[in-house]
Write a protein that binds this ligand. Structure first.
Ligand code: DC
Length: 221
């Protein structure tokens, strides 16, 4: 079974890279962050507190989540857009730090890949925990300011002109603060923190174009 693991912090370019590599190899691509976001979405939708570990774990065990071709459906509701919203952004690191939620989602991620006979899988713990024997493990890094700019350029954050009353620079600054907060939680939590996996190749995408990054991964393969 062919598995490519791509890990890295928010805004390091994992999702676009994973999709491009999957297209080149004729594999499907799994965004595991979307699964953690789906659990956070379901907790909030049920009126729960994301820091209530027992509640979040029960939600993770019982929800029906499908992640396919960029679409995320949670208990029959299309949550593709809402899982990228600010309430889920605020809640997701808490949910992802919950060991019981992680244990449940890791099982589902392995199953997703097994059913498809392989895949390009992106997240934070893919090379360390989910698929430590992946054929190629990539650890993406990028300068935090560049990561924040990319997020704003992707259009997820409102800037002046669409009602938010914020300039581009203010939007970048606010995204940078949120990214720094999530990086801190994701890399210092006890359960599967974001760490470079043994055997992973570090690629710093700060000064690389998208095509150059894809080429580097294809060379590794
Ligand atoms: O990649 P993302 O920003 O959509 O991830 C959302 C959150 O889920 C983020 O706080 C990190 C966490 N996550 C994780 O802990 N493990 C993964 N394999 C994927 C994401």
């Amino acid at each position: 079974m062919r598995v490519i693991a791509i890990d890295g912090p928010a805004g390091s370019g994992k999702s676009t890279l994973a999709q491009a590599v999957a297209d080149r190899l004729g594999l499907e691509c799994l965004d595991t962050g979307a699964m953690y976001r789906a659990v956070a979405f379901a907790v909030l939708r049920a009126g729960g507190d994301p820091s209530d570990d027992d509640f979040a774990a029960a939600v993770a065990r019982t929800i029906d989540v499908t992640v396919d071709a960029g679409q995320v459906v949670v208990d029959g509701v299309d949550a593709t857009v809402e899982i990228r919203g600010s309430s889920v952004d605020r809640a997701v690191s808490l949910v992802a730090a919950n060991p019981e939620v992680r244990a449940e989602l890791v099982v589902r991620q392995r199953e997703w890949v097994r059913r498809r006979g392989g895949g390009v899988v992106e997240g934070r713990d893919i090379g360390t925990v989910v698929f430590p024997d992946a054929e190629v493990k990539v650890h993406l890094v990028a300068d935090p300011a560049v990561r924040a700019q990319r997020r704003v350029d992707q259009g997820g954050t409102p800037v002046t002109g669409d009602g938010a009353g914020r300039t581009y620079d203010e939007a970048v600054e606010s995204v940078a603060t949120d990214i720094a907060r999530r990086d801190r939680i994701d890399s210092t939590r006890q359960a599967s923190p974001l760490l470079k996996a043994p055997g992973a190749v570090v690629i710093d995408t700060t000064g690389l174009t998208f095509d150059e990054t894809v080429e580097q991964v294809m060379r590794l393969l």
